[in-house]
Design a protein around this ligand. Sequence first.
Ligand SMILES: Nc1ncnc2c1ncn2[C@@H]1O[C@H](COP(=O)(O)OP(=O)(O)OP(=O)(O)O)[C@@H](O)[C@H]1O
Ligand SMILES: [Zn+2]
Length: 815
Amino acid sequence: MKFADVILPLALPKNYTYTVPPEMEGTVKAGSRVAVQLGKQKKYAGIVKSVHEQPPANYKTKPLLDVLDKDPVVYPTQLSFWQWLSSYYMCTEGEVLNAALPAHLKLSSETLLLFNDAYGDDFSALDDDEYLVAEALHIRKELRIDEVQLILDKSDVYSVIKELLEKKVLLVYEELKEVYKEKKENFVQLHAQYEDEEQLAPLFNELAKAPKQMELLLAYLHLIKTQGSVLQSELLKKSGATVAQLKGLVEKNILWVEKRTVDRVPGGGKIEVQIDFSLSPAQEKALSEVRRNFEEKPVTLLHGVTSSGKTQLYVKLIEEYVAKGKQVLYLLPEIALTAQIIRRLQKHFGNKIGIYHSRFNNNERVEIWNKVKSGELQILLGARSSLLLPFRDLGMIILDEEHDASYKQQDPAPRYHARDAAIYYAGLFRAKVLLGSATPSLESYFNAQQGKYGLVELTERFGGLEMPQIEIIDVKKERAEKNMDENFTPQLKAAISNSMAADKQVILFQNRRGYAPFLMCTTCGWIPNCKNCDVSLTYHRYQDKLHCHYCGTRYPYPQTCGACGSQTMVTKSFGTEKIEDDLQQVFPKARIARMDMDAVRNKDSHNKMIQLLEQKGIDILVGTQMVVKGLDFENVNLVGILSADSLLSFPDFRVNERAFQLMEQVSGRAGRKHGQGKVIIQASNTKHPILHYVTMHDYKAMYAAEIAERQRFGYPPFFRLLKITFKHKDQQIVEQAAQVFGNWVRPHIGPRLVGPAAPLVGRIRNNYLQEMLVKLPRDTKVITDTKRLLQEHFIKLQAEKQFRSVVIVPDVDCV
Ligand SMILES: Nc1ncnc2c1ncn2[C@@H]1O[C@H](COP(=O)(O)OP(=O)(O)OP(=O)(O)O)[C@@H](O)[C@H]1O
Ligand SMILES: [Zn+2]
């Protein structure tokens, strides 16, 4: 008798074992999707983790209902990776599976199926069962899986549903209510008679009188040669012609236009790799050092100053791996960054490259999933979630901006760090990992210093440009002397004027979004707080509302103080929205744009803003963290940091490291092409050592100072941090639970256990919080033992009646 352990897309502590019915023995493999029953009613599609002959000790197994795929949906490598993720990051394999699988591959009895209107009503291509379901759906528009079971009068309906999904007859309802729409685009083609070169010559003569049409035709011929197919939009862009001019050629029966369904995610195509630049001697040297390091070590850190051309180095390396037939994963910390990089990469790799991130809809995700799995996509650019894709033969992972905290997943589980997960995942393929940054994390630089990672340094900017010149301005002084214009010092104002006069562009950085981070009553000091969270509210002038940045709740603007009733509410501190407003007053002619989470909610608006900036349609860009990283604009010569103080003063042991990284990175946007850039940093505490390191662009001095502190106080990289958060609606219960838990484990852990205590924001979405920190020495055995101990006590705590509903969230390597 054969048994299969199945991972279900649920947070079950253990995987269930099912019996493999004899007729399925040939088809059930590790990685296959199977339909199973859980409990009396529920059915799910899960993934087989392993097939074996060992019945479980404590329960009678149920049979698998169905095998959903001829070929497994993931390879054994992914199963090993998932298992590591779940054990290292203390979550269940079901949670990992849930994060990894696109919704279309996850089905359960609660799944709502929708009819895809785009399919039409011609069901002739369907078999009997499919037809019955399609017809019912066509009439009723939506069905639950149990209703499908009634219609077909059987319980194993998953394979039918899967077929219908693949044939695009039906859709899986997702919260986003996205509807599958085939994407159609106009393609242009040459009439067959002209495909013969000899016929072309007379055509050219004929068109000599119509130069625009001639240009169109030439552009067409170029595109068809290089790309294999010609999009109307691209053709018009390349030739600079109008639709009317194209119509002219269509009317002459030379070209014709056809609407075709296109992949949402381009792939295939016939572009050849074109590397049309050469590396500078410094880059060449760095590249060969990377290669040499790769021979000895799986991980190498490329520490290259801003604008040293790390991206170009990546391109060369990618080319080498692609030529060897390997897949390459290029990770970026934020979706926001993909837009510019993808254009840079597509220049070289055309359609060999795909993008993947959480803002993709499910249709797009399934397409990418399949192309990565088949190996059709050789290069994938993506955010951290692309690590969960079923790569077939990975040769290298590039992790750009490796220091970035957004590489850590916060919620929900698995709360993995993409850098560490990438290193593990690459190890399973014996692939290489290249970490790149101008401001490496202390952890990675430490590992490089220790010889665990290779280290390659690139210390000069490409093109012989100097690092930007940094000027620190004392805001306290300027304020006292009443020289300030809103939040701008005269120095910053003058520098902006100069840039604009020279037809250059400016980036201004402020780390708070909204208009004012809080309001205050000048009579009694009252500050409006969120009802659900213990935080002050941010004023957003655009909507004239107060927002909670933790739970998203919006409140009307209070005309009077909520405590004393006076009409003396004033805004305190300032966010990007206010800077944008004030700038417009000070520079009425400037074209100003704002880039923050509020301004660029969807991927396209962000992309458009970047393109506008590239095309010099914006003079001044104001933004948060978003403008800091990786962006490459040749015309920006000035960067202003409005308030360094807010970066240097929050209670976190990483504050100095983060502030340095941020300031160095945002400074790095200035002066990347035509002459040295300038950076103005406004600060009250101008003597802060971090400001000094930034002025000198001295990463190593910052590193030396910080690493000593970390060692002294027992923080990463010397210890790993595991944070445990307890959450409950009732403050007393959560405090008790944390106390009890602390008392249980403290005797085993000792002084390495810190807390419990309420975090800075002690209540979020009406849940009270308690936190505890465990410092883990870099010793695998201690780490595993401690995790096991904690896990046992989580279960013990939740077995206590009064604590049953306390939510426990372990966060390994928290950031
Ligand atoms: N070998 C090269 N040939 C032509 N252009 C180059 C070369 N190297 C770099 N550049 C150009 O210099 C600019 C900076 O390079 P790139 O963006 O790769 O730097 P980076 O090291 O990734 O910087 P950051 O860390 O700030 O993101 C880009 O516009 C890039 O196209
Ligand atoms: Zn709130």
